[in-house]
Design a protein around this ligand. Sequence first.
Ligand SMILES: Cc1cc2nc3c(=O)[nH]c(=O)nc-3n(C[C@H](O)[C@H](O)[C@H](O)COP(=O)(O)OP(=O)(O)OC[C@H]3O[C@@H](n4cnc5c(N)ncnc54)[C@H](O)[C@@H]3O)c2cc1C
Length: 363
Amino acid sequence: MLLDRRTFAAGSAALLSGCVTTGGRPRTITGCTPLAPVIVDQSRVIRTVAGLRPYRRQGFVVRQEALGEKRLVHNYGHGGGGITLSWGTSRLATELGLQGHSGPVAVIGSGAVGLATARLVQEAGFPVTIYAAALPPDTTSNVAGGQFHPFAVFHEGDVTAEFMTQFTRALDYSWRRYQIMVGDDYGIRWQPTYVESGSPEDKLIANFPPVNRMLSRGEHPFPLDSVRRYDTIYVETGRYLRQMTRDVQIAGGKVEVRKFAKPADIASLPEGLVFNCTGLGSRELFADQNLQPIRGQLAILEPQPEVRYAVQGQFGYMFPRADGILLGGTFERGVWDATPQPADIAGIIADHKRFFSGFRCTA
Ligand SMILES: Cc1cc2nc3c(=O)[nH]c(=O)nc-3n(C[C@H](O)[C@H](O)[C@H](O)COP(=O)(O)OP(=O)(O)OC[C@H]3O[C@@H](n4cnc5c(N)ncnc54)[C@H](O)[C@@H]3O)c2cc1C
C-alpha cells in the first residue's frame, strides 16, 4: 500500500495529520489512532549513515592485565549494545582499575565507552586524559540509533557464567545511570516502543524493562499480527557525545588526538593506569581475532516531532529523534566497509514505506 498521491497534492498539513489509502480510497487515520505514521519517501531523506558494530560472540571484554610497569584495563567489544552498556561496563572496568591506584589515568578511545569511563574516573577523583584516533562526531557511537536495549551483544552458546554476571551488573548500572540523565541537555528521553512479537527482538525483551505487555489487535495501528509494547530510553547520540565530551573537559580532563599502532606505544604514555576503550580498534591493536564487524546502515528522514514512539520488527526499525527519524537497518556480519550502500538504503526505505502505509484505525 502506498501513500496517497492526491493527499500529497493537498498539502503537507494533511500529510502530517496522517492520511493513508486503502485500495485507492483515501482515509484519514487522525483521531482513530494515537500514533502518527511516519511519512516515508526518498525525498524526505536528509542523510544516510553506516557503522560497524564491534561484535564478539563471547561478549564484551572487561578485564585487567599488566603492560610493562602499567596496568591496562580492557573495556571493548559491545556489539550492537555499546550505547546501552557503556556506563555499566565502564563501572566494572573502573572498579577493577582504580582500586589501589594513585595518579593520572589514560583512557584510549572517545566513543560512548571511553567517555563514560573517563567520567567515572573523574567522579572517583582522578585526573584523566583521553587519547583517541577519532573524536565525536567521527566515531561508531555517533552512528548508533541509541535505543537502550542490549541487542546483539553476545552469542548465547559462547558465553561463560562469569560473563553473564558482568553483563547483568553492567546492564543494571547503565539502566539506572541513564534514568538520571534524561533531558534535553544529553538528548535522552523515554519513549514507548512497539515490537513485532516473534521477531528476535521480542525474545530479548521478555522480562525487561518493567512496562512490557502484549497488545491486542485493537490496541495498535500497525499492520502486524502480534505486537508487544514496552517503554525504554533513547539517546540522541550526536548531542549526547558532544555533551559528554564537554563534561570531561569541564571537569579538567584533556583530550588528545592520537592513534596507537601497537601495545608498546601505549606503554610509553606517562599515565600508570590505562583503560582500553577502542571498540573495533582492539582487533588490530590487541590482536583480538574474536572481534568482528557487523555493519548497520540507516536512512534518516526529516524530523517529525509528532512521532513519539519507536517500532521494530521484521521490516526494520524506526526510532524518532530530534535530529531525524531513523530508519534501520541492516545487520551485515564481517563487512568492513563503513559507507552506506544506495541499494540497501533504497530497500530500507521501501520496507518502511510499505509498513507505515499499512496503518489501521484502532477505534
Ligand atoms: C547502525 C548502528 C546502530 C546501532 N544502534 C545501537 C543502539 O540503538 N543502541 C546501542 O546500545 N548500541 C547501538 N549500536 C552499537 C554501538 O554503536 C556500539 O556498540 C558502540 O558505539 C561502541 O562504542 P565504543 O566506544 O566501544 O566504540 P567507538 O564509538 O567505535 O569508539 C572507539 C574509539 O576508539 C578510538 N580508537 C580505535 N582504535 C584506536 C587506536 N588504535 N588508537 C587510538 N584510538 C583508537 C576511536 O577513534 C574512537 O574514538 C549501533 C551500531 C550501529 C553501527
